[in-house]
Design a protein around this ligand. Structure first.
Ligand SMILES: [Zn+2]
Ligand SMILES: [Zn+2]
Length: 257
C-alpha cells in the first residue's frame, strides 16, 4: 500500500451536481454546452493516486499541451488521446515536482522532442525526488530507480506568460503544497490548480517543502483574487469552478472570517 500524497476532504459531496462535472465526462469539446470553455480538454486519471493528466488544445487537430503526466508510465494512454484528436504536442507543463505528476514526463517530452516546464523551486525534484517526498518514501517504494530530467527543461517563475498552441497561458507561483507549486490560467477560462486547490479541499502541506503558512498566503493572494467564472481543473478529483469553491470550500470560506 503506497502512502497518501493527497488529502481530499469533502470532495464530491452534496451540491456538487450543480457544477456540471467535466472530469467524469473525460472530454470537453470546443463549445461545451453552457460552460463557456472554448477549448478541447481531455483528461486521463493516472492509475496511481488518480492524478489527472490533462491534454489541452484550442481545438481538434491543433497543437496541444500535456499537463502532469503521472504514475506509472502513462505515455501510451496519452499518446492514444493525442492520436485520436489529431493533436501535435508542443509542451509538457508540470504543476509541481511530486512523482504522481511528473513520472511520465521523460517518455512524453523526449518522445515528442518537446520541453517540460516546471517552477525553478521544484525543478530539483526531477533529479532528487526525496526533496519533495522525503528519503523514506523513495527508499521504501522506489529504491533503485535512477532519476533524470527530460532533455529540455524550462523553468517558470511567478506571472510568467506564454502563448502556446493558440492559448494564452499564465503561470502563477502558488507555494504551500510544495515550494515550487504552480497554477496556470488558460485564456482566462480555465485554471489548472495542481494540488493547490481541489473541489471542496486543498492540497496537504505536511510533505517535505510544504508549508501551511505559505499555503494560507497562496489562498489569500493567489486563489482569492481569481475570477468566479474560471473552470478549475485540479490535480486530483472532479473539476469545479472558482465561484463554487469560494462559496463552499471550507478553506476559502475561512479566508473571509
Ligand atoms: Zn502533490
Ligand atoms: Zn498529486
Amino acid at each position: 500500500m503506497w502512502p497518501s500524497l493527497i488529502r481530499v476532504v469533502n470532495a464530491g459531496i452534496d451540491g456538487r451536481s450543480k457544477v456540471p462535472c467535466l472530469t467524469t465526462a473525460s472530454k470537453i469539446e470546443r463549445g461545451f454546452e453552457g460552460d463557456g470553455v472554448a477549448m478541447l480538454i481531455r483528461v486521463h486519471p493516472a492509475p496511481m493516486y488518480a492524478t489527472n493528466c490533462w491534454v489541452i488544445a484550442a481545438e481538434k487537430g491543433s497543437e496541444c499541451i500535456i499537463v502532469d503526466p503521472g504514475m506509472p508510465d502513462i505515455s501510451a494512454e496519452i499518446e492514444m488521446i493525442i492520436e485520436e484528436e489529431g493533436l501535435k504536442p508542443v509542451a509538457v507543463l508540470l504543476t509541481h515536482g511530486h512523482l504522481d505528476h511528473t513520472f511520465s514526463v521523460i517518455p512524453l517530452a523526449d518522445g515528442y522532442g518537446i520541453p517540460a516546464y516546471i517552477h525553478s523551486e521544484d525543478r530539483r525534484a526531477l533529479l532528487h525526488p526525496e526533496i519533495v517526498h522525503g528519503k523514506e518514501f523513495i527508499e521504501n517504494y522506489l529504491q533503485g530507480t535512477t532519476w533524470s530530467e527530460p532533455q529540455q527543461v524550462l523553468e517558470l517563475r511567478n506571472n510568467e506568460k506564454f502563448e502556446a498552441v493558440g492559448l494564452d497561458i499564465t503561470a502563477i507561483h502558488a507555494p504551500g503544497h510544495t515550494a515550487g507549486s504552480l497554477i496556470f490560467t488558460i485564456n482566462d477560462e480555465v485554471l489548472l490548480s495542481g494540488d493547490v486547490l481541489f473541489a471542496g479541499s486543498i492540497g496537504r502541506t505536511d510533505l517535505p517543502s510544504g508549508s501551511q503558512d505559505a499555503m494560507k498566503k497562496t489562498l489569500a493572494t493567489k486563489i482569492a483574487p481569481l475570477g468566479d467564472h474560471l473552470r478549475v481543473l485540479p490535480g486530483h478529483g472532479p473539476d469545479t469552478t472558482i465561484e463554487y469553491e469560494r462559496r463552499t470550500n471550507p478553506y476559502l470560506k475561512e479566508l473571509r472570517t
